[in-house]
Design a protein around this ligand. Structure first.
Ligand code: ATP
Ligand code: MG
Length: 762
């Protein structure tokens, strides 16, 4: 206590300080968002190093992302006033395990130069095994098997430990294929991501001498975001920590958002059992957010059952309430957010200007990013996408674009190469060599070469037939481009006829669903362009603009990727039923999925320091079809006292009339969503409706009167005036079942589902 105050201890509160200074023995820091867990963890490392308790190589520090690891290294450097030499064992679980495994690869039958396969390689390998096992790959897709195997690996189950009914997964062949897959990886001298941990756990369990060596080496173990560790990671840590028992884990049960990937929040709850005598530190002061933001987040998360429960407080009084705003549609939402960001960067509403680096948009699903990317490109607002490729760089988007390119320019050989065997057409290396050769010999494009090879019967069997079809398709698509018809219909036709959409539909994994969503987004993006060429040019320019610099940019990322980060200004768009919470979580029986979604919402709000804006849209266009959206149930769970409902700019003056009234309320099911009344009754909402030049809609129930559901179709009779999002105003000419026939003023006669039109007062 006599020593000079040490810089890195300055400004820590007593609880944090206790966690930093309790160097010996197990410590669990269990605390809510923004309470300084990561800061304390970082100070603890600095403390270990300066007091001479540890050298950099003695410390094992695990973070959740590489970005977090980099930031932690920088922070430690700053705390110590010098760059940290080494810290070789600070990284993610994967990076640390990869490093360890290189040293001990032979113990699991690998060489130290093993390759780490990415997901695509993994799938390709599994496909081969499935086919070799005489299983119909269409019914039992490789991606599904990959998901099952990943699940086993997350639980540290080697093939011999997968037992009973579980081994019977995947049409009774799961266990057997898993064993074959591991064998195959070994012959290839390769691992997948899950193996990195699994192999290390296996080694530690089977080789006590190796384990002991690392138990001795890692005198201090530190883990951030402990709530998101899975069983394999947990076992690995526990084995290592049994040596010195100096393990310090920090986490927040309310921020556990990786249950879908095998994370077990129970690991936190077990800590005291696994490490008897553990010092449990609770932090309650939040240093990140203002009062309203914190209260809104706390109010929301209170709806979850099965929490440890904690109180959070902040000294940051006042500030803006959490802002809530509804928009007409997703594009309007993107437009409004773009304008807000620019306004905030200039400095508005009494706030000091917030640079673009201080502003972030956090989305639930990556396909939501596209609308923002396009809007920001149009207005020239610099942005960066964090933790994942930008929309147009994604695998499925590049594939689809390659098809479009081929339709526009049949001589685009790169595009042809990309898609010739995607989806799989049975055109292996050999067949592709034949195509290359034919093209070269005749001095023509690959597509033409393929046509010639097909004619000459140079490629036989299934592959030959499939290639013939592709060549014919490409010819048709090119004709269609030249004929200048609807490029949206053409794009859809291309994706269907090529089998590309079907490929992802056959896929039963969560990833596939996301890719299909992205494809829909792609088609949606086309609507803003006159033709395919214009669109391709636009994208080419985007890709060219890609420059990595330190310039000020708005961040766009998923909520998952935002964990642990903070920004003065945060936008949370798309709070709509089916999007957030996701449809998947809503369809699940039980509340597990929904509660994880709610935790994700909590993570989102608590990223904000000064200003948090939640928004939703009444309509979203999916595959060229308008879909009406309901505001998220999470909106109703926000404590009113801390929320400001904003009025959107005058977008309802535009003659939408009754359609505006149907905002967020169609397709039935409104009855059981009466809780949404709060939103509809809010002053902001009423103002919004008034602006529309129509009678305010008092409640969802009333809204229901304005909307025709399937069962209410009889409410319409020939002669009634209706409005449809795409076709505009029209007159009902006939009814049949849940379908209406409507003669639209501009679009002519259409037959459509009653749920998609609303009564027009005009
Ligand atoms: P999350 O759960 O979101 O990961 P966390 O608990 O790890 O949050 P930190 O990121 O460590 O929280 O801290 C949140 C913010 O509060 C940071 O800006 C940090 O610098 C600041 N902070 C932490 N502790 C203190 C303190 N004692 N005094 C002042 N500021 C602090
Ligand atoms: Mg943190």
């Amino acid at each position: 206590a006599a020593g000079r105050p040490v810089a890195y201890l300055d400004g820590l509160n007593p609880a944090q300080r206790a966690a930093v200074e309790a160097l010996e023995g197990p410590v669990l820091m269990l605390a809510g968002a923004g309470t300084g867990k990561t800061r304390a963890l970082t100070a603890r490392i600095a403390h270990l190093l300066t007091t001479g308790h540890a050298r950099p190589g003695d410390i094992l520090a695990v973070t959740f992302t590489n970005k977090a690891a980099r930031e932690m290294k920088e922070r430690i450097g700053r705390l110590l006033g010098q760059t940290v030499e080494g810290m070789p064992w600070l990284g993610t679980f994967h990076s640390v395990c990869a490093k360890l495994l290189r040293r001990h690869a032979e113990l699991v039958g690998l060489k130290s130069n093993f390759t780490i396969l990415d997901t695509d390689d993994q799938i390709r390998l599994l496909k081969q095994l499935i086919v070799a096992a005489n299983i119909d790959e269409k019914r039992w897709p490789a991606r599904q098997l990959a998901g099952i195997i990943d699940g086993w690996k997350n639980r540290a189950l080697t093939p011999d430990r997968v037992r009973g009914g579980e081994a019977g997964a995947f049409n009774n062949r799961g266990g057997e294929l898993y064993a074959a897959y591991q064998e195959r990886l070994r012959t290839l001298n390769a691992t997948d991501f899950g193996d990195l941990l699994l192999h290390m756990v296996t080694i530690f369990q089977a080789q006590p001498d190796v384990l002991e060596q690392y138990q001795r080496r890692f005198k201090y173990i530190l883990v951030d975001e402990y709530q998101d560790t899975n069983v394999a990671q947990y076992l690995w840590l526990r084995l290592l920590a049994q040596g010195h028992r100096n393990i310090c884990c920090v986490g927040d049960d309310d921020q556990s958002i990786y249950g879908w990937r095998g994370a077990e929040v129970g690991n936190i709850l077990r800590f005291e059992k696994d490490f008897p005598g553990a010092k449990v530190v609770r932090l309650e002061q939040n240093y990140r957010s203002t009062e309203h933001i914190l209260a809104a987040a706390s109010g929301l998360i209170a709806a979850n059952a099965g929490r440890l429960g904690k109180t959070l407080w902040t000294e940051a009084r006042g500030g803006e309430k959490v802002r809530l705003i509804g928009h007409w549609d997703g594009e309007e939402e993107a437009r409004w957010i773009g304008e807000e960001i620019e306004a905030l960067a200039r400095g508005t509403r009494g706030m000091a200007p917030v640079g673009l680096n201080g502003q972030a948009i956090l989305v639930r699903a990556s396909h939501q990013m596209r609308a923002f990317e396009d809007r920001f490109l149009t207005i020239g607002l610099p942005y960066r996408v964090i933790g994942g490729p930008r929309f147009y760089e994604r695998l499925e988007i590049r594939d689809a674009m390659a098809y479009f390119r081929l339709a526009v320019s049949p001589e685009d050989d790169l595009a042809f190469e990309r898609i010739v065997n995607t989806p799989k057409r049975g055109l292996g290396d050999k067949a592709q060599q034949v195509i290359q050769l034919t093209a070269r010999q005749n001095g023509v494009s690959l597509l033409e070469g393929a046509a010639l090879a097909v004619q000459a019967g140079a490629i036989g069997g299934k592959g030959g037939a499939a290639l013939r079809e592709l060549v014919a398709g490409a010819g048709r698509w090119h004709q269609a481009v030249r004929a200048g018809g609807s490029h949206i219909e053409l794009a859809e036709a291309i994706l269907d006829e090529s089998g590309y959409t079907a490929m992802w539909q056959a896929d039963k994994t969560p990833e596939a669903a996301g890719r299909l969503e992205n494809l829909k987004e792609l088609v949606k993006a086309l609507e803003q362009f006159e033709n395919l060429q214009g669109f391709l040019e636009h994208v080419a320019l985007i890709m060219d603009n890609e420059s990595e610099d330190a310039a000020e940019k708005v961040s766009i990322m998923t909520l998952h990727a935002a964990k642990g980060l903070e920004f003065p200004v945060v936008f949370l768009p798309g709070w709509e039923e089916g999007l957030f919470p996701s449809q998947r979580s809503m369809d699940e029986t039980g509340l597990k999925g929904l509660e994880e979604e709610r935790r994700l919402a909590y993570v989102g709000i608590t990223r904000a320091e000064e200003l948090c804006t939640i928004s939703f849209a009444g309509n979203r266009r999916v595959y060229g079809q308008w879909q009406s959206q309901l505001p998220s149930r999470f909106i109703d769970e926000l404590p009113e006292a801390h929320v400001d409902v904003l009025t959107p700019p005058g977008l309802y003056g535009g003659g939408y009339g009754a359609a505006g009234m149907a905002f967020g309320a169609t397709r039935g099911g409104i009855e059981d969503r009466a809780m949404r009344a709060d939103v509809y009754n809010s002053p902001g909402w009423k103002r919004m409706a008034e602006r529309a030049g129509s009678r305010p809609m008092a409640s969802p129930r009333e809204a229901r009167g304005l909307v025709i559901d399937a069962e209410a179709v009889s409410a319409f009779a020939p002669g009634d005036r209706v409005f449809h999002q795409k076709f505009g105003y029209g007159t009902v000419t006939g009814t049949e079942g849940d379908k209406l026939t409507v003669a639209f003023d501009k679009a002519g006669e259409k037959k459509l589902l009653a749920g998609f039109v609303v009564a027009a007062t005009a």
